[in-house]
Every structure is written in structure tokens, then in C-alpha cells.
Write a protein that binds this ligand. Structure first.
Ligand SMILES: NS(=O)(=O)/N=C1/NCCO1
Ligand SMILES: [Zn+2]
Length: 261
């Protein structure tokens, strides 16, 4: 059998800008979630999501990933409940993936790696004026992480996949309307939650992570569509946008809680 090493060494991925570790960081992300070490917390509430598809603005390639951004000047697309004390507004969602199906996710579950991971990024609009302010605060952000695994074709994802050729290069952007990202959430309500950080610059320790226990299934062609994106701008030597995940970070003095027994 071939031995696949998850190549998480940044040195071989100069393109992936995020440093291996942040000096003085005590709550960095991603982490390996050890199922048996997570603690069931009966006080954790169900996570409530309410997304308005009309707040969807555009899809763009920012040179790290492709992201779909939302209009966040009002409480139209929000999450609440779960581990959160306030209501958080959806700002954007994006993905991380590998060059092949053997790796690609940022978080792992008992060291199991998934081929990709979806991040839905929200900010605490009750306590802060803007996303940029919230990024600097310990309770500023809430990111829902959803694992993608190889399996059946995903109807909801296809609208995104069909738009990718239009944002093949860094800094390309196209209008994207009426998309409800709740179609990308698994129906199972179970999640883990822990205090962490952004996994891309500015890497600030401002994220309440909510990692869904169940993965969603996507098919090979849909994953391949992610891999045809480029890190590079038009005219530059083409570099495929793959392996845009940050290496695992130390758990340090943190507990991961589960919403399920
Ligand atoms: N991968 S991540 O932690 O969601 N990183 C970011 N950076 C800006 C918004 O989300
Ligand atoms: Zn991310």
C-alpha cells in the first residue's frame, strides 16, 4: 500500500502564507479533535441558523481560497444559540482543500483527515461595529466548520461549482445571487465547540469554533472543480490552488465540548 503522508509542512508550501505558529499563541486553530477527550456539555443549546439568500453578494478568488461574501449591514443572515451568547452575522464562507482526496481539511477528528472543509464566518454584531473590529476580540467571531467527504453528488454545491471558472484567477470576482448556504449544512445537529483562532492571516484568537460532527458528501468532479482554481493572477505562471490548509496547532490548555453524548 502506498503511504500517504499528510504534507502539512509549510516549507514545501511556500504559497501557503500562514506561518506555522503565532508567537505567544495559546488558542490557535486548526486542531485535532480527540472524540474521547471531548466533554459533553448539557447546557449547549441547538445552533440556530437563519440565512437570507438575498444577502448574497459575490464570489471571489482572494488568492487563498474562493469565498462567497454576504451583505452584513443588518441582522438578515445570522446564527445564534449553540455555545454563543450573542447573535452573529454571516460575513462570508469559503473552503480549504487538498491536491488529492487523502487530505485537505484543516481540523481533523481523531487524526482523520477529510478532503475539504467549509468555513462559514460570522461576527458578533451585538458587541462590535464591524467585522474588522470583531476580528480583534476574543468573542468576536463564530465559524461553523463542515467537513466534505467523497460520496454522492451535492445538488446545493453545484451552483457554486458552476461559478468557479469565472473566478479562476486571484482577484477575479463575479456577482453571485440568491444562494442559501444552509443547504451546505448537514441535517444532524451534533457539533463540537472550542475557543480558537482564524487559520489564515490575521490568525487572531477571536473565533468560537463550531465543528459539525457529520460531513456532507460531494462527488469527485465537484472536488476536482475546486482544484482547477489558481493561486495566481492572469499572466503569471499558473499555480493550482490546492493544499490551502494550515497545519494542526497545539491544543494547549483547552477543552473541546460536544453538544451530544
Ligand atoms: N479559515 S478562517 O479561520 O475562517 N480564516 C478567516 N480569515 C478571515 C475570515 O476567516
Ligand atoms: Zn477557513
Amino acid at each position: 500500500a502506498i503511504c500517504i503522508h499528510k504534507n502539512r509542512n509549510d516549507a514545501l508550501h511556500p504559497l501557503w502564507q500562514s506561518p506555522l505558529s503565532v508567537p505567544g499563541g495559546t488558542r490557535q486553530s486548526p486542531i485535532d479533535i480527540q472524540w474521547r477527550d471531548s466533554i459533553f456539555d448539557p447546557y449547549l443549546r441547538p445552533l440556530k441558523t437563519s440565512y437570507d439568500p438575498d444577502t448574497c453578494l459575490h464570489i471571489w478568488n482572494n488568492g487563498y481560497s474562493f469565498l462567497v461574501e454576504f451583505e452584513d449591514s443588518a441582522d438578515k443572515s445570522i446564527i445564534m444559540g449553540g455555545p454563543l451568547e450573542n447573535q452573529y452575522r454571516l460575513k462570508q464562507f469559503h473552503f480549504h482543500w487538498g491536491a488529492i482526496n487523502e487530505w485537505g481539511s484543516e481540523h481533523t477528528i481523531d487524526s482523520r483527515v477529510y478532503p475539504a472543509e467549509l468555513h462559514l464566518v460570522h461576527w458578533n454584531a451585538v458587541k462590535y461595529e464591524s467585522f474588522e473590529d470583531a476580528v480583534m476580540e476574543g468573542n468576536g467571531l463564530a465559524v461553523i466548520g463542515v467537513f466534505l467527504k467523497l460520496g454522492a453528488y451535492h445538488e446545493g454545491l453545484q451552483k457554486l461549482v458552476d461559478a468557479l471558472p469565472a473566478v479562476k484567477h486571484k482577484d477575479e470576482i463575479v456577482e453571485f445571487d440568491s444562494f442559501d448556504p444552509s443547504c451546505l449544512l448537514p441535517s444532524c445537529p451534533d457539533y463540537w465547540t472550542y475557543a480558537g483562532s482564524l487559520t489564515t492571516p490575521p490568525l487572531t484568537e477571536s473565533v468560537t469554533w463550531i465543528i459539525k460532527k457529520k460531513a456532507i458528501e460531494v462527488d469527485e468532479d465537484q472536488l476536482e472543480a475546486f482544484r482547477m482554481l489558481l493561486f495566481t493572477s492572469p499572466g503569471e505562471e499558473e499555480k493550482r490552488m490546492v493544499d490551502n490548509f494550515r497545519p494542526l496547532q497545539p491544543l494547549m490548555n483547552r477543552t473541546v465540548r460536544s453538544s451530544f453524548q
